[in-house]
Design a protein around this ligand. Structure first.
Ligand SMILES: Cc1cc2nc3c(=O)[nH]c(=O)nc-3n(C[C@H](O)[C@H](O)[C@H](O)COP(=O)(O)O)c2cc1C
Length: 199
């Protein structure tokens, strides 16, 4: 069974609706280590040694966050900056993460339609995520397509539950070493069968 590390970053979790529903479905699943970074490191003082131990002990890393200004909230960026050290995560002898998988799980206020060259955000979610995708590549990790819940302000409770169940299903699939085939052709992991059936 693949071990999954969820690094969750939400600066205002107490006001969250969307991520609260997603988190509740996955945080206690067997084989999942769930870390609420803002709860653990409210002062941004990240325990790098411990975070590296956690990375060593897991096969799949999930960067789970709301989309803030076309990126992730600052504590997750701080985590990337201080934990993915030269000579450990990348560089001539930096191969600690080689072969692991990583992906973004994100929620965004904007709908899928506005994230394209004709939409008012001009670029796709995948284009905005390029820095994180390339960070993963530089560290020798396989970057999986993101799981995205979009148009959060307009989601009904029922639609939100469908997404939350889908996230839980994704975690179960990842534990069983999904994907076996190449899924890089998909824009979002939400589009991969059988998750597609939920959307
Ligand atoms: C500071 C801030 C920046 C945001 N930036 C974006 C953005 O760039 N694109 C977008 O689609 N939504 C943006 N949003 C909307 C959030 O992504 C959305 O409210 C969140 O994903 C909903 O999840 P929650 O209920 O768990 O907070 C932003 C919200 C805040 C507070």
């Amino acid at each position: 069974m693949q071990k999954i590390l969820i690094l969750f970053a939400h600066p205002k979790y107490e006001q969250s609706r969307t991520n609260k529903s997603l988190v509740e479905k996955v945080r206690d699943l067997e084989g999942v280590t769930f870390r609420d970074l803002y709860e653990i490191y409210p002062d941004f003082n990240i325990n790098v040694l411990y975070e590296k131990e956690l990375l060593n002990a897991h096969d799949i890393i999930i960067w789970h966050h709301p989309f803030y200004w076309y990126s992730c909230p600052p504590l997750l960026k701080q985590w990337i900056d201080v934990v993915l050290e030269f000579g450990w995560a990348y560089g001539p002898s930096g191969n600690a993460l080689t072969g692991k998988k990583v992906m973004n799980v994100l929620t965004a206020g904007g709908s899928k339609e506005v994230y394209c060259s004709e939409g008012y955000n001009n670029y796709s979610i995948r284009e905005f995520l390029r820095p994180m995708e390339q960070t993963a590549r530089l560290c020798g990790m396989t970057y999986l397509p993101p799981f995205a819940v979009m148009g959060t302000h307009k989601l009904s409770d029922e639609e939100l539950q469908v997404h939350a169940n889908s996230y839980s299903q994704l975690i179960q699939m990842l534990k069983e070493d999904f994907p076996k085939e190449n899924i890089s052709q998909y824009h979002f992991v939400n589009d991969v069968p059988p998750l597609k059936a939920n959307s």
